[in-house]
Design a protein around this ligand. Structure first.
Ligand SMILES: Cc1cc2nc3c(=O)[nH]c(=O)nc-3n(C[C@H](O)[C@H](O)[C@H](O)COP(=O)(O)OP(=O)(O)OC[C@H]3O[C@@H](n4cnc5c(N)ncnc54)[C@H](O)[C@@H]3O)c2cc1C
Length: 453
């Protein structure tokens, strides 16, 4: 089986290693770095910056723990090399993994030239490759509206922030979805004055309003300005070049030293020659797929951000593995379909926010009967020991069977703790399975067991 993959991000490299292990002859074409935008510009650098910013803002918590607060200062050079070092280590591991599985790696840009052929153009020239099955996993890039021209200096996309050339004294974040709120948290942790342009009436549209409320309270406590019900319609540099002016559709104007766009992404599906292979796109440029990640061409798959499903590295990786199983015919034996409704996700703010499965509002809208139990962390010993009693655990279950349907967690380590509920949701466990687990004491997970009671 000749399996060719364009794009070596989480979707592409997972599909490659797994398919190679199953016996496919695999080639990956990557124009930038193996590991993808996820390691280079998105998940890893943003979370590294957030971790460093978080360490700076730890002072607030430490001063309540019997310690005298110190004031750390950012060393931009050291921070840059830390961010690059982590990405390089991760990318190096991926290259070693691909090599160890016998995957052929071509450095270059791939495009389809026919239904069963791809051309790779790179430093070593152009090569034509025939395939039996192919995967498009070329990811996405930040969306740039026509009313703004990022310059990488003061008007930034998310990719210019690791770290910015000059650390912002003040910054306007445009976009209040997951990426926008993470950037608010990141820059305010570093001490910048932050204004968030929120097009709706609360941040995180689509998330549980109670959860969004906790985050807004934290932002307000830190002095973040929330410009609600406003849409940015232009971003320009000030005349002296040292700042930015964001104008909103309701006439409000925000001046700050920097502005960053966090208004979503567009799929990398242009310039791929998809028409030569007969692969169709939807109106937004995404590649429609079925539950096996198969496109309208039965021998061509799409996975990761290009597929228009949940834009998460974790989902992209799982799609990649499912594609490998399908390519090698494993789906006919033992195969669990990917259920996007059961994907856990997290927002790396302070407090962290994580959720999985059915949301309370969703169940309410559909009229489904549910049982909702909520326990604040303030009732657990560990939260008090940590001097951080903020947040809660909420578990949603079926009142008749006790089956765990979903949950959300707000608080310290929420992104780790949600794994317990995610496992319960995926494995169709009941609340009693959580209650009867012998958990650690003192630990934040005790709130999970209490919420399951
Ligand atoms: C700021 C930010 C933070 C994020 N944080 C998280 C997070 O914490 N957790 C999480 O799960 N998700 C996070 N995401 C989302 C996550 O980064 C994406 O969902 C994930 O990278 C998608 O993986 P992918 O394999 O589809 O694409 P990518 O990681 O984008 O990889 C695609 C690869 O294809 C290559 N490529 C493109 N075109 C070609 C071509 N023609 N030829 C050869 N190669 C090509 C690119 O160079 C790239 O390496 C974040 C996103 C952003 C913007």
């Amino acid at each position: 089986m000749r399996f060719v993959i364009i794009g070596g991000g989480p979707a592409g490299y997972q599909a490659a290693t797994y398919a190679a292990r199953l016996g496919a002859q695999v080639t990956v074409i990557e124009r930038d770095v193996y590991g993808g935008a996820a390691n280079l510009w998105d998940c890893i650098p943003s979370k590294t910056m957030i971790a460093t910013g978080g360490a700076m803002s730890e002072g607030r918590r430490l001063s309540g723990m019997g310690l005298v607060q110190s004031s750390p200062v950012v060393d931009t050079e050291a921070l840059t090399s830390r961010i690059n070092g982590i990405a390089n280590d991760l990318n190096g591991d991926i290259v070693k993994l691909l090599q160890s599985q016998g995957v052929r790696m071509i450095d270059g840009t791939g495009r389809f030239t026919g239904p069963n052929s791809i051309e790779a153009t790179g430093p070593n020239g152009t090569e034509s490759i025939e395939f039996d099955k192919a995967l498009v996993s070329t990811g996405s890039r930040p969306r740039i509206p026509d009313w703004c021209e990022p310059d990488g200096d003061r008007i930034l996309t998310t990719r210019d922030c690791y770290p910015p050339k000059v650390f912002p004294d003040s910054i306007t974040v445009v976009g209040s979805g997951v990426t926008g709120v993470e950037f608010v948290h990141m820059f305010s942790s570093f001490g910048a004055e932050v204004t968030l342009v929120v097009s709706r009436q609360h941040v995180l549209p689509g998330k549980d309003p109670e959860v969004a409320g906790v985050l807004e309270d934290d932002f307000l406590r830190r002095g973040v300005k929330l410009l609600k019900g406003a849409r940015a319609e232009s971003i320009e540099r000030t005349d002296d070049g040292d700042g930015t002016i964001v104008k909103c559709d309701d006439g409000r104007v925000v001046r700050s030293t920097h502005a960053v766009l966090a208004i979503g992404s567009v799929p990398n599906t242009d310039e791929l020659g998809l028409e030569a292979a007969g692969v169709e796109l939807d109106d937004w440029g995404y590649i429609p797929i079925n539950h096996h990640c198969v496109t309208n061409q039965t021998h061509i798959y799409a996975a990761g951000d290009v597929s228009g499903k949940l834009p998460l590295a974790s989902v992209a990786s799982m799609q990649g593995r499912k594609v490998a199983e399908h390519v090698m015919g494993l789906h006919t034996i033992e195969h669990r379909h990917l259920d996007y409704d059961k994907a856990a996700s997290a927002i790396f703010t302070e407090p962290e926010i994580a959720d999985v499965g059915l949301a309370e509002a969703e169940a309410f809208a559909s009229g489904r009967k549910i049982r909702v139990t909520k326990v604040p962390f303030s009732t657990t010993a560990k939260a008090l020991i940590n001097n951080d009693p903020r947040g809660f655990v909420k578990i949603i279950s079926d009142p008749a069977t006790g089956e765990v349907l979903g949950g959300s967690i707000v608080g310290r380590h929420a992104a780790e703790l949600i794994s317990v509920i995610a496992l319960a949701v995926t494995a169709n466990l009941r609340v009693s399975d959580i209650v009867e687990s012998l958990l650690v004491h003192p630990a934040l997970s005790e709130a999970l067991a209490e919420a399951a009671e």
